[in-house]
Ligand binder design. Structure first.
Ligand SMILES: [Ca+2]
Ligand SMILES: [Ca+2]
Length: 322
C-alpha cells in the first residue's frame, strides 16, 4: 500500500523532555535532551519517553536577529541540511551502491509527515542522500537511517502546514564520500489538503494502524473521533485508521480557522486505539499556532492498543497557551 513518498523537510528539532509516561526503548536516532533554541516556552508537564520537539525556523526573541538558516517553504527533513539552489547534477552511476527503490506513503497531508524508504544494493553504512523536491527553492542533504538493518533507509520529512500543493515530487540520489551524486529516483506523493488556521495539529504515522488525535480546547471541550467539531469552531477534518480501514495519508488533523481559535490552554494527546499490523507504531505530531511550529515524535509499544485508555496507550503530546 505504500506508493510514492512524500518528504518532509526541514528540521525536526531535537528532543526535549520525553512525552510518554512509559519510557520506550532507546531510540538511537534521537538525541535526547537538547533544547530547541527558539522553542517557545512551554514544555510537556510530564516526562515520557521518545518525545521530541522541534521548531521550524520561527524567530527567536529579543537581542540581535537570530541567524536563520535557509529552509524550504514546503518540507522539513529530519536531521537534514537545506541548501538553496538547484540540486547537484547526477555524476552517473555510483560504483559503490545503487538505489533500488524509493517508496513512500500513498499520500500525505499538509502538516503531516511522510517517510521515504530508500532501498540500496548493496547496503552501505550511513548513506548520504540528496533529497530534492520539484519546484522547491533548494534541496536537502540527509543521512538515511536503517534501525532494522534491512538495507532500506528511512528519510523522514514533514510537509509545511501551509503547503498548498496537491502533489509533491521528490527526487532522491545517493552520494559517495567524494560528494559524487548518483542517479536520481523520483517519487510523486499526492497531498490531501487538511484545514489550517489559528491552530493546526496534525498526527501522522507510517502504516495501517488506528491512532486517534485529540485536543482539549480552552473551554474543556474535547475534539476527537467521537466529537469531531467544537462550539468554538475547532474540527477534526482528517481521520484515519478507523476499523483498520486503509487511509492514504495515515494522518489526522484538528484545526481552528483563522480568527477562530480561542485563547487559553490547549492539551494535545494521542490514543493508541487499535493495532492493525504487527510491531510498535511510531508517530509524529506537528503543532502549529501563531508563530510557533513544534514537532513531536513518539512510539507506542506493540500490544498496547486498546479502546480502554491507560498510561500505556494515551500519550500527552503537548500543552500550550495562546
Ligand atoms: Ca530499514
Ligand atoms: Ca484514528
Amino acid at each position: 500500500m505504500l506508493g510514492v513518498l512524500a518528504c518532509s523537510v526541514t528540521k525536526t528539532i531535537p528532543a526535549d523532555e520525553p512525552l510518554e509516561e512509559e519510557p520506550p526503548p532507546e531510540d538511537p536516532t534521537e538525541e535526547p535532551g537538547d533544547e530547541p533554541v527558539d522553542e517557545p516556552v512551554e514544555q510537556p508537564s510530564q516526562g515520557g519517553s521518545g518525545g521530541m520537539a522541534g521548531t521550524d525556523g520561527m524567530g527567536g526573541s529579543g537581542g540581535e536577529p537570530p541567524l536563520e538558516p535557509p529552509r524550504s517553504d514546503v518540507i522539513d527533513v529530519d536531521e537534514g541540511t537545506f541548501t538553496p539552489g538547484e540540486p547537484p547534477p547526477s555524476a552517473g552511476e555510483a560504483t559503490f551502491s545503487q538505489i533500488v527503490s524509493v517508496v513512500g506513503p500513498p499520500a500525505v497531508t499538509n502538516g503531516g509527515s511522510a517517510i521515504l524508504h530508500v532501498q540500496l544494493s548493496p547496503p552501505v553504512p550511513s548513506p548520504s542522500f540528496v533529497l530534492g523536491l520539484n519546484g522547491d527553492t533548494g534541496y536537502h542533504t540527509v543521512t538515511g537511517v536503517d534501525p532494522d538493518g534491512d538495507g532500506t533507509y528511512d528519510i523522514t520529512t514533514v510537509v509545511a502546514a501551509g503547503a498548498t500543493q496537491t502533489s509533491l515530487t521528490f527526487r532522491v540520489a545517493l552520494t559517495d564520500a567524494s560528494g559524487n551524486v548518483g542517479p536520481y529516483s523520483e517519487l510523486a506523493v499526492p497531498v490531501i489538503q487538511s484545514g489550517t488556521g489559528d491552530v493546526k495539529i496534525t498526527l501522522s504515522w507510517d502504516r495501517l494502524h488506528d491512532l486517534d488525535l485529540r485536543v482539549v480546547e480552552p473551554s474543556g471541550e474535547v475534539i476527537r473521533y467521537s466529537n469531531q467539531s467544537s462550539g468554538t469552531g475547532g474540527a477534526l477534518d482528517l481521520d484515519s485508521g478507523a476499523n483498520c480501514s486503509p487511509s492514504p495519508a495515515n494522518s489526522e488533523n484538528i484545526f481552528w480557522p483563522s480568527g477562530g481559535g480561542p485563547t487559553g490552554q490547549y492539551v494535545v494527546s494521542v490514543h493508541n486505539y487499535q493495532q492493525c499490523t504487527p510491531g510498535p507504531i511510531d508517530y509524529t505530531v506537528r503543532v502549529v499556532y501563531d508563530n510557533v511550529v513544534n514537532t513531536y515524535k513518539g512510539t507506542f509499544a506493540e500490544g498496547t492498543a486498546s479502546e480502554t485508555e491507560s498510561a500505556a496507550n494515551v500519550h500527552e503530546i503537548a500543552r500550550f497557551f495562546r
